[in-house]
Design a protein around this ligand. Structure first.
Ligand code: ZN
Length: 190
């Protein structure tokens, strides 16, 4: 059963899901080909046809380290090794998060729990859905024990049900420091 034509993504957009994508070049200096792209990555332009390239999702697959059964708190692999922050900057940390909509009207707050956290952004499951028009938010992260916290400006990059992905907007060096200490504390916590 063939439904509507699949959505095509352009260079510069963020990959909405992890999976195998069909990459088409225009002009077709190269036959269409498949590529694995990880959710949240920026879709790159082609060296030859620049932005005249399209991406189409062929098959969704989960990245093994983003999969709960392999990355959850009880995973046996050495985890939360903070020394690895540069090499593997994304941590599967579960911290309470408060998302405040930039519009200060009505119910402006959603609470949730982070699923992963890096210095560039975070993934979180929120109690409600953010719409496209609520793209710009301010996010408060807090650790359970010492109450380290930081407030960061971010924008929504993807949403799938209650799963939301945010990328942090420009960050001051103080904010960076605060985020790092929240991550460090969380990584050292039970
Ligand atoms: Zn090309």
């Amino acid at each position: 059963m063939r439904s509507e034509t699949p959505r095509k993504f352009r260079p510069g957009e963020l990959a909405p899901v992890t999976g195998i994508y069909l990459v088409r070049h225009n002009p077709p200096h190269r036959a269409g080909h498949e590529a694995v792209i990880v959710r949240g990555e920026t879709l790159p332009p082609c060296r030859t046809c620049k932005s005249q390239i399209s991406y189409e999702i062929l098959r969704v697959a989960s990245h093994i380290t983003h999969d709960w059964d392999f990355s959850g708190p009880s995973a046996s692999a050495p985890q939360r090794d903070f020394a690895n922050v540069r090499r593997a900057p994304r941590f599967n940390l579960h911290l309470p998060v408060v998302v405040q909509l930039a519009r200060a009207s009505g119910k402006g707050i959603l609470q949730g729990v982070t699923q992963n956290l890096s210095e560039c952004g975070l993934g979180a499951v929120l109690e409600g859905k953010l719409g496209q028009f609520q793209k710009n938010v301010s996010i408060t992260l807090k650790t359970a024990h010492n109450g380290n916290s930081c407030v960061l400006q971010a924008h929504l990059c993807y949403r799938n049900g209650l799963h939301h992905g945010f990328e942090f907007s420009r960050m001051s060096s103080e904010q960076k420091k605060a985020l790092r200490s929240v991550m460090q504390e969380a990584a050292g916590e039970k």
